[in-house]
Design a protein around this ligand. Structure first.
Ligand code: FE2
Ligand code: FE2
Length: 153
């Protein structure tokens, strides 16, 4: 049973962003499966690393788009991304202490956070879509830049 379910209602209409969001959903579900199945620490921690890497890639794409358009709520949005990254990293710390209930609660919290962040914060980025249009044509460039950053983390 997945912990988070994609819905087309969450699509923001920017393909590169929507695809990355779907990937985050998928990666969080795989991490949750790993947790539920009681996979060993090695496999479980690899799933966390993957979620950190996939989300770093995605945040980098969004932050590039926001910076280049002079988005006014850039720093507020950046803080939210940092908070998410920190919270995912907390899942790593829990694994050794076997606080399963806490881990489950944190994963549920992260699922809600993702949906809420997309609907409330990420959707604001696309409100001024016309402003982004020339940048969207450069999506492969942003994606490439983000890949480089993600590979370095
Ligand atoms: Fe975001
Ligand atoms: Fe996002």
């Amino acid at each position: 049973m997945p912990i988070i379910q994609w819905s087309d209602d969450y699509a923001l209409g920017i393909e590169i962003i929507d695809n990355q969001h779907k990937k985050i959903f998928d990666t969080l579900n795989k991490l949750y499966d790993s947790f539920i199945n009681g996979d060993g620490d090695k496999k479980y921690n690899r799933s966390i690393e993957r979620l950190l890497s996939i989300s770093a890639h995605h945040f980098s794409t969004e932050e590039g788009l926001m910076r280049d358009s002079g988005y006014s709520e850039y720093f507020d949005h950046l803080q939210e991304h940092k908070l998410f990254t920190w919270q995912v990293s907390q899942l790593q710390d829990i694994v050794g202490t076997a606080k399963k209930e806490h881990t489950k609660e944190l994963m549920e919290y992260l699922s809600n956070w993702i949906i809420n962040h997309e609907i409330v914060k990420d959707s604001k980025i696309v409100v001024k879509r016309e402003q982004f249009s020339p940048l969207l044509d450069m999506s492969p460039i942003y994606d490439k830049q983000a890949s480089v950053i993600a590979a370095e983390t």
